[in-house]
Design a protein around this ligand. Sequence first.
Ligand code: KIV
Ligand code: ZN
Length: 510
Amino acid sequence: MEKIQFFDTTLRDGEQTPGVSFSTKEKIAIALQLEKWGVDVIEAGFPASSNESFKAVQEIARVATKLSVTGLARLVKGDIDKAYEALKDAIHPQIHVFIATSPVHMEYKLKMTPDEVLASISEHISYAREKFEVVQFSPEDATRSEKGFLLQAVQAAVDAGASIINVPDTVGYSNPEEYGALFKYLINHVKSDREIIYSSHCHDDLGMATANALAAIKNGSRRVEGTINGLGERAGNTALEEVAVALKIRQDYYQLSSNITLEETKNTSDLISRFAGVAVPKNKAVVGGNAFAHESGIHQDGFLKNPNTYEIITPEMVGVSHSTLPLGKLSGRHAFNEKLKSLGFELEENDLKEAFIRFKALADKKNDISDTDIRALIAGQTSEQSDDYVFKSLDLTYHSNNQQTATIYLDGVAGNEITQSAKGRGSVEAIFSAIGQVFKQAVILKSYEIAAITSGIDSQAEVRVSVEDSETGEIVNAVGIDYDILKASALAYMNANAVIQKVRERQTNQ
Ligand code: KIV
Ligand code: ZN
């Protein structure tokens, strides 16, 4: 059976979600998880956009053992050179170059004539081919481009050496019939004596990103681009987990397969949701909390008689399990590590040591530790350590006169010990005020949400905050996970502030 290549752009287009900023450590953990999930290509970033992005692409290129790593570049020699530098250690490097081809983009954004755009395609793709065996070209805003001109642009790219043509529905404007027909048109009209792979890249502005990607596949596309949980600009991108499961469940219709290990889907979605600070909606297809819940009496009755009546995807297929960890506070490190491995985590010695300490601390408080708890424990650990600040402890004094005091103890960027106290009308306000005084930067708390990770009174808490940098208007999401809600709140707010500080430093250095 022919295969569809999965191209994940969670770290590039997904990071363009408002408020999302992954640290390098988080990016590496995501890349390794995506490798385990089975994606063929990962777009690790846009190397010319910042030093941070360059370094992340470089590090991912060095650690990926199976997948191809690519980086985005404009049709500009400097961008292509940066991508080459960042990707030169990858086992299978690729470059992804783009230029807009729609009238509105060419006239107002690029201020280039169509002929100048065609010349740039020929010149820069030939240049990119001198450095990369595999060049992917995207005519940005393809679906609002004039069809004849789009064909000319794609032909110029193929003639200059591109072997993958990605057709972006940049503003989520297309629909399945139109988008599928566009693939058919390009595949039938572009001339080449080499094999050209056509790829889809859809945005979800009209809620059709997954449907459009599947229509492209039905019409000859053999690479699908998207993100996990549909992260991305505005309404987001095609949710790759939806495409992967659709291809499996409707193999009778698509007659195609992929390298995706579906059982790793839930792990992948959970990890990315936590690092992004973006919760997965309960009713989200495939990975939402209600995806396998049956509420109405008629549905429950049918399901109990035969699950097939109302369930086309089994929870096990995508790695959702409700099994509890058969470990307690007396369990040893070996058993704990085996459990981690079965959940897909391979930790280095030091990280394992720390995870075990955290597990023991949790087992002291909580009797029934589920796989979900363990995933949260590991995600919390990785994200806490990803920032330059390390949370040490928190003291709170509660007064019934509504004047609470919080004292926070952190290790700072240079490993220096930081202690800061503050008062507030409530405990959270006191904690946030103390953290605010550590960072000394003007920020506005836009949202604060608490969720229980599992059911039951002894559940761990997951706190998500969204914080706006008053200077730049930049929004940062962050998550804190702990058995205690107040500590989880402190972690989330500290992480958000640390990211804002980093973004500001990056902007001043550029
Ligand atoms: O949506 C888009 O057009 C893109 C391109 C850079 C591929 O993300
Ligand atoms: Zn995009």
